[in-house]
Design a protein around this ligand. Structure first.
Ligand code: PXL
Length: 279
C-alpha cells in the first residue's frame, strides 16, 4: 500500500484541508499520514470569529520522530500553510523525506477569484512560489498562479496560449509538472490543464461547468489527483479522475436541499470516485 503524508491545517468544521484529504485519499486505498499545522474551529472563508491554534512547533519534532523510525513516504502533499515559518519547515521536510521514490506534491492553497485568503500577503505568495519550485507537481488555480509569479490576475479573459505560457512560467519556478485548475476555454466546460517540463508536453481534461461555486473544491481536486497518481494513473488519467470527481461533488451539493454553503458533499460522491479507479 502506498503511503502519503499530508501537511496542512485541520479546520475542524468546513470541509477543507485535512478533513477532505484524509477521507478522500484513504478511500482511494492509500495510507494517509498527517502533519496538522494548525487547528481552526472552521476555515477562514466566510466564517468570522474562528479559533486558531498554531502547531508550527510540532512539525520538526514529528519529522524527527518519523526519521528515527525509518519512515518513508510515496508522496508528500502540502496544502494550506499559515506562515513563512511553516513554509520553511515544510521545505526542510521536503529535504528530509524527499527523494527519487517520493512525489512532492504542493497545492499552494491561499487564494481564489483574484484575491488572497484572509491573512495572506503578496510576499507570502512569492514565498509559496519558492516552495512550489521544490515540488514535482503543483496544483494552483489561476489566482494562486498569478500571485506566485507576481503577475496580474487576468480573470476569465484568457486563451489557450496564455494558459500554456502560464504553465511554462510556473515550471520556471523549478517544479517538474504544473497543473492549473479551474481552466475554461469554452462556455459550459471547465477542467484542468498541465505541463510536464521534463517532456515538454501538455495534458488537459474538461467536463461540464455547473453555474455554482463552492468552497473547498480545490482541496477536493488536489486530494483526488494525488490519490489517482498514487494509484498509478498517468497525468491525464489523474486529471480526469479529479475533474470528474470534483464535478460530481458539486452536482451532489447542488442537488441537496440541505447542502451547507461552506463546502461540498464530497462524501456522497466517494463511491463514484472509487469506481473511477477501476480497482
Ligand atoms: O481550502 C483551503 C483552506 C484550508 N485551510 C483553511 C482555509 C482554507 C481556505 O479558506 O481557510 C484554514
Amino acid at each position: 500500500m502506498k503511503r502519503v503524508v499530508s501537511i496542512q491545517d485541520i479546520s475542524c468544521l468546513g470541509k477543507c484541508s485535512l478533513t477532505v484529504a484524509l477521507p478522500i485519499i484513504s478511500a482511494m486505498g492509500v495510507e494517509t499520514c498527517v502533519v496538522p499545522t494548525a487547528v481552526l474551529s472552521t476555515h477562514t472563508g466566510g466564517f468570522s470569529g474562528f479559533t486558531f491554534h498554531d502547531l508550527t512547533q510540532e512539525v520538526a519534532p514529528i519529522a524527527a520522530h518519523w526519521k528515527k523510525e525509518g519512515i518513508t513516504f510515496d508522496a508528500i502533499y502540502t496544502g494550506y500553510l499559515g506562515s513563512f515559518e511553516q513554509i520553511q519547515l515544510v521545505s526542510d521536510f521536503f529535504d528530509q523525506f524527499g527523494g527519487e521514490n517520493t512525489l512532492i506534491y504542493a497545492d499552494p492553497a491561499m487564494a481564489d477569484n483574484g484575491v488572497l485568503y484572509t491573512g495572506f500577503t503578496p510576499e507570502f505568495a512569492r514565498e509559496m512560489g519558492k516552495l512550489c519550485g521544490k515540488a514535482d507537481v503543483i496544483v494552483p488555480n489561476l489566482t494562486e498562479a498569478a500571485f506566485m509569479l507576481g503577475e496580474e490576475y487576468v480573470g476569465e479573459d484568457y486563451d489557450e496560449a496564455y494558459i500554456k505560457g502560464l504553465l511554462q512560467r510556473l515550471t520556471g519556478l523549478g517544479c517538474k509538472v504544473a497543473v492549473l485548475t479551474g481552466v475554461s476555454f469554452e462556455k459550459g466546460k471547465i477542467g484542468a490543464m498541465a505541463y510536464d517540463s521534463s517532456t515538454g508536453t501538455y495534458a488537459s481534461y474538461f467536463n461540464e461547468e455547473l453555474p455554482v461555486r463552492f468552497h473547498g473544491t480545490g482541496d477536493v481536486f488536489a486530494s483526488a489527483c494525488v490519490g489517482a497518481l498514487m494509484n498509478g494513473k498517468d497525468l491525464t488519467g489523474a486529471l480526469k479522475i479529479a475533474v470528474d470527481y470534483t464535478l460530481e461533488c458539486i452536482r451532489d451539493t447542488q442537488n441537496d436541499p440541505d447542502a451547507r454553503w461552506y463546502g461540498v458533499n464530497f462524501e456522497s460522491a466517494i463511491p463514484m470516485l472509487v469506481r473511477s479507479l477501476g480497482r
